[in-house]
Ligand binder design. Structure first.
Ligand code: ADP
Ligand code: ADP
Ligand code: ZN
Length: 216
């Protein structure tokens, strides 16, 4: 399965991508996670990306295109991959097309998670992440058994610095301007699959699997 998860910030891409990755046995490729790792390590790329990410803007196309290309060349992508948070601009979508055709690969599907603005604001505001293993939670919709403690590894949960109210609005504007046009782009390619992302996490997962023809 070679696919993209498309949707506004907070629509559930990361949550669904992790579950799909386990279920389908293909890697999740999250540009947000890779960029955050580069920021944490303080690499030159991380230093360049940091200010843009904190302001809720996009990191330059050539930077993200480069990291995705490098990632797609790794052998674990031979059987497939789930792109989460990439592409985010038409230029990135065109670059991805070029890279995949060089590799003699073709996308199977682009799943578009549809969630309204009020819901994504509530989801992002309540999002918490484990400092140690990266597992994601929501204070209300996907709460850990013990407050602020990861169920999986016991690590401390934290709130991303770009998940504050002001930045969330900026990210939604950027999404509407730069990323939403990709829905029409992939519809035109005939591989777009709309999924109602307003249901609970497991219901959304089942809908995606059935759209992909992988449901039971
Ligand atoms: P979310 O899960 O809320 O959609 P991500 O973790 O995907 O957010 O991304 C966090 C930030 O990282 C973005 O706001 C942006 O600054 C940067 N980023 C991630 N992916 C890309 C991309 N494909 N192109 C440009 N910037 C990106
Ligand atoms: P994205 O990667 O698109 O930014 P996430 O997967 O990080 O979105 O989800 C954002 C927040 O919303 C997280 O706290 C997550 O636990 C929660 N969440 C994800 N899917 C759902 C859902 N279907 N219903 C309610 N909350 C959800
Ligand atoms: Zn953890």
């Amino acid at each position: 399965m070679k696919m993209i998860l498309l949707g506004p910030p907070g629509s559930g891409k990361g949550t669904q991508a992790k579950m799909l990755s386990e279920r389908l046995g293909v890697p999740q490729i999250s540009t947000g996670d890779m960029l955050r790792a580069a920021v944490k390590e303080g690499t030159p790329m991380g230093l360049k990306a940091k200010a843009k990410m904190e302001a809720g803007g996009l990191v330059p196309d050539e930077v993200v295109v480069g990291i995705v290309k490098e990632r797609l060349l790794k052998p674990d992508c031979d059987k497939g991959f789930i792109l989460d948070g990439f592409p985010r601009t038409l230029a990135q979508a065109d670059a991805l097309k070029g890279t995949l055709s060089e590799l003699n690969k073709q996308l199977d599907a682009v799943v578009s998670l549809e969630v309204d603005d009020d819901a994504v604001v509530g989801r992002i505001a309540g999002r918490r992440t484990c400092r140690d293993c990266g597992k994601m939670y929501h204070v209300e919709f996907d709460a850990p058994a013990v407050e602020n403690k990861c169920d999986k590894c016991g690590g401390e949960l934290f709130q991303r610095s770009d998940d504050q109210e002001e930045t969330i609005r900026k990210r939604l504007e950027v999404y509407a301007e730069q990323t939403a046009p990709l829905i029409a782009y992939y519809k035109n390619d005939g591989i777009l699959r709309d999924v109602d992302g307003m249901q609970n996490i497991s219901a959304v997962q089942e809908r995606i699997l059935s759209e992909l023809g992988c449901g039971q």
